[in-house]
Design a protein around this ligand. Sequence first.
Ligand code: NAP
Length: 434
Amino acid sequence: MRHIAIVGSGPAGYYTAEAAAKKWGEDCRIDIFDRLPVPFGLIRTGVAPDHQSIKGVARRYEKVAKGDTVRFAGNVSVGGDISVTELQAFYDAVIFATGAPHDRRLSVEGVELGNVFGSAEFVGWYNGHPEFATLDPDLSGRHAVIIGMGNVALDVTRILAKTPEEFEGSDIVAHALDRLARSHLETITILGRRGPHQIMMTPKELGELRDLERGGPKVDPGDLPPADEDADLEPGVRKSVNLLREFAANDEAYRGKPIAIEFDFFASPNALRGHDGKVLAIEVEETHLEDGRPVATGATYEIPADIVISCIGYRSSAIEGVPFDERAGRFANEDGRILPGLYCVGWAKRGPSGTIGTNRPDGYAVIDIVDEDIGTGSHKRGREGFDELAAERGLDIVTFRDWQKIEEAEIAAAREGAPREKFIDIESMIAARG
Ligand code: NAP
């Protein structure tokens, strides 16, 4: 018997469990731990609430969760309720699939001002993550500035721009829907420290900006490189650049709409300015590119900013006793191996890149490595040993069946047309299992 502990129940965790169950069948037991009482990680609290089709992948993870081989143990904090060393005493392999839940810090003067958020916080707020549900962003101002030109910046922009009607069918939480409905935004400026050719936004997501009811994208044609230079771009980036060209050529796309979504290229955040502890403007420095890298020119200008959301990437959480690469913000690993018996997968292994599907081959690859290392397993006690310790410590484990009851309660509480109304605090989640 092989005893496997997976820490984190997001896409990387479930694909890894799927791979293990396929490889070893009845000859393994896999426990998936999560510090929250609810599973699926980013699918629940990261993927945009208006992208329900992406969330459909959770049905696949539910299939993995059925049967005895794979067990969900929610409301258990590894590194808090139980140490990594203790887990290792019970399991042949401990695999961290903990994602990258923290914001990469924006290192500019004034970052501590009020109404300045990182995307983990802001996305967590509108998605009902218990840690960020009480964030309380002030959306009463006219100008929002988003830093970064990746897909998270696009998610945040779209959510800020949408009308309440455009959230129909989404599972955006009620507190965010109410607050967004009362916002008075007139501009959303998206800042990129590099140019259109370096954009990280993918075409499908970028194209959604064309369809917004009250927001229209605005690109300065002067920022676009000569069209013949697009030929060398990778096809996905070329498609995104084509869209930027379309936005630049078609200024009806934003004229006449109440919210202008302005792409500001070659603009690096320099400092945040505020009054009475609250942000009012962002100073940016113009850049030019040298070997693809942004180099400041010394020329600066200010953009009004009543709210600033920095969407510049994420970092994993370090866990005591597990080597961590501080610079890269993920576990120190070689192809998923951290130390004997300790592994990582997904964003915890490679950093915050790729789509949800990228985690599937990652999960299968780490199980191949674990298979090489542990052979047919050992005589460790696995689940039985953990359960004994959990009982001694009085841990209140939330099972997959409990989660299904929580989910039923969320579905029952949904407003009309919405798939669910999420519980946004841990106590309510736990109470809902009955
Ligand atoms: P990302 O794609 O890496 O984009 C980060 C952006 O922040 C880049 O434009 C980067 O510019 C910029 N940036 C980084 N440091 C900066 C700084 N100090 N000052 C100014 N700008 C800075 O990250 P992400 O948007 O957080 O997305 C993470 C992953 O999730 C990506 O793989 C993304 O595709 C995926 N995702 C997918 C979807 C979807 O498919 N619908 C939705 C959300 C997220 P430089 O390029 O100049 O560094």
